[in-house]
Design a protein around this ligand. Structure first.
Ligand code: FAD
Length: 433
């Protein structure tokens, strides 16, 4: 039997849940299909290592307008990890120790030079393709542009490590325009971009945001139910689900990450640009590891370089006899977030005195429902694919952080895209039968 509804939303991550909430408010019947047995997608608060850890997306900021509007709407609160008292970095093979401010001063000249043209290239981040000639910048990786600066080795490695922290990808693969977009979102200030992307988290975890949105919608939300096939024409679409069901809808909103969208069985098939973007894949293929070490320790921040399995590490929770660190590397194939010995070894690039007790994380690259961490485009993907990735195809619409204008790849971008697409769907339904 084929069920009927107004809109099927494929994906119960932040973008899908926001879309469902907004369309429900318009009196539309909405069904959300979520393949996993939990909601949230790439945000996932889970209790491990004795703390509520964010296995996926974590940090947000008041300069992220859509995320902050949700914080205000639901009365959520933010907190931050302990302020680092020490910083560690490398100068070639030598270890350096200092303060985080000293590290920031070290990378400042490279950051300023690298990002000097940000507001000329992307003067209006809400319309990232608005400035003609962006193709020339989009041909380069962030590594190409760092290399051009010819920085002294200590500055060079430090800048590399900072960008791995942002990109979660080999810098040779990450588009220079992604660095420009992030910085344009904070009006050209790399310091603010840095703070916005990695300091403040929700007191109740991203779980509190997910639960707040879910409590605020009447949508029919089905976890453990994947969309398997979509057949669409001008009148609507039929979505076949993993439990053998079929749902006919006037509109379908797809919120799948770039790396899996093109794999979905859609007839007629998605446009060439959307499929090519999936085939090429995003640059992001990094790893996020949570590490419990014996304490007490002083809170610290550490940067190595792009070539190390872990490029960034810092204290996120301090206990009396332990501490929990969060760490990032550019390539998940080089280190597993479940391999305690390998993680302990990787930490020794900075210091020998840490005793690793337990590690955890999630292999987002191997996860068939994401196959990426947070969006980082490859060179030329912005100028070749982005406009087409946002574009509706008949009764199919496309939301998701990967297709956001301003904070693409962030929680904020997921919300922005959900709001935009809900408006698009509503407008479509009021102007056509
Ligand atoms: C390790 C990591 C760290 C991050 N750190 C930050 C951070 O600090 N700050 C920040 O702002 N952002 C961060 N992000 C990014 C942020 O989490 C994401 O950009 C955002 O959550 C994406 O939301 P979305 O709804 O667009 O996509 P997703 O969350 O990926 O949602 C898509 C949903 O679709 C579901 N799905 C897939 N296939 C199907 C199918 N066939 N049928 C039905 N459902 C399907 C998936 O299970 C998923 O729930 C991080 C992400 C990761 C992975």
């Amino acid at each position: 039997m084929t069920e009927e509804t107004d809109v099927v939303v494929v994906g119960g991550g932040i973008a899908g849940l926001i879309t469902a909430r907004e369309l429900g408010r318009q009196g539309l019947r909405v069904t959300v299909l979520e393949a996993r047995d939990r909601l949230g997608g790439r945000v996932w608060t889970d209790h491990r290592l004795g703390r509520d850890l964010e296995i996926g997306g974590t940090w947000l900021h008041w300069v992220q307008p859509h995320a902050w509007a949700e914080v205000t709407r639901y009365g959520l609160d933010i907190t931050r990890g302990p302020r680092p008292e020490q910083a560690y970095w490398l100068a070639g093979d030598e270890r350096r120790t200092g303060t985080l401010d000293e590290f920031m001063e070290l990378i400042d000249p490279g950051m300023r030079r690298l990002l000097a043209d940000t507001m000329q290239r992307i003067p209006r981040p809400h319309a990232p393709l608005s400035e003609p000639g962006l193709e020339s910048a989009d041909a380069f990786s962030v590594q190409d542009k760092l290399d051009e600066l010819d920085l002294p080795v200590e500055e060079y490695r430090a800048n590399e490590a900072a960008w791995v922290g942002h990109f979660n990808a080999p810098l040779t693969d990450g588009a220079f325009t992604s660095a420009l977009r992030w910085t344009a979102a904070t009006a050209g200030s790399w310091h603010l971009m840095h703070e916005a992307s990695a300091v403040f988290r929700l007191v109740g975890g991203t779980r509190s945001l997910v639960e707040s949105i879910v409590a605020d919608t009447d949508a029919d939300i089905r976890t453990g139910t994947a969309a398997h096939r979509i057949e669409h024409d001008a009148d609507g679409a039929v979505v076949t689900t993993s439990d053998g069901g079929a749902i006919r809808a006037r509109r379908v909103v797809l919120t799948l990450p770039q790396n899996i969208l093109g794999e979905l069985d859609v007839t007629p098939e998605l446009c060439a640009e959307k499929r090519a973007a999936t085939e090429e894949g995003t640059a992001s293929r990094g790893v996020k590891v949570w590490i419990r070490v014996r304490g007490p320790i002083k809170p610290f921040f550490a940067y190595s370089s792009a070539s190390h399995p872990l490029s960034v590490a810092r204290t996120e929770f301090l206990g009396e006899d332990d501490a929990v660190l969060v760490s990032f590397g550019a390539d998940s194939s080089r280190i597993s977030p479940h391999d305690t010995a390998a993680v302990a070894d990787a930490l020794r690039v900075w210091r020998d005195d840490l005793e690793v007790l337990e590690v955890t994380g999630h292999d987002w690259m191997a996860d068939p429902h994401s196959r990426e961490t947070w969006l980082m485009q490859r060179p030329q993907q912005l100028t070749r694919y982005f406009a087409a990735q946002q574009r509706a195809e008949g009764v199919l619409h496309f939301a998701g952080s990967d297709y956001a204008n301003v904070w693409a790849g962030f929680i904020d971008g997921a919300i922005e895209s959900g709001l935009r697409v809900a408006r698009e769907v509503r407008t479509g339904l009021t102007t056509s039968p």
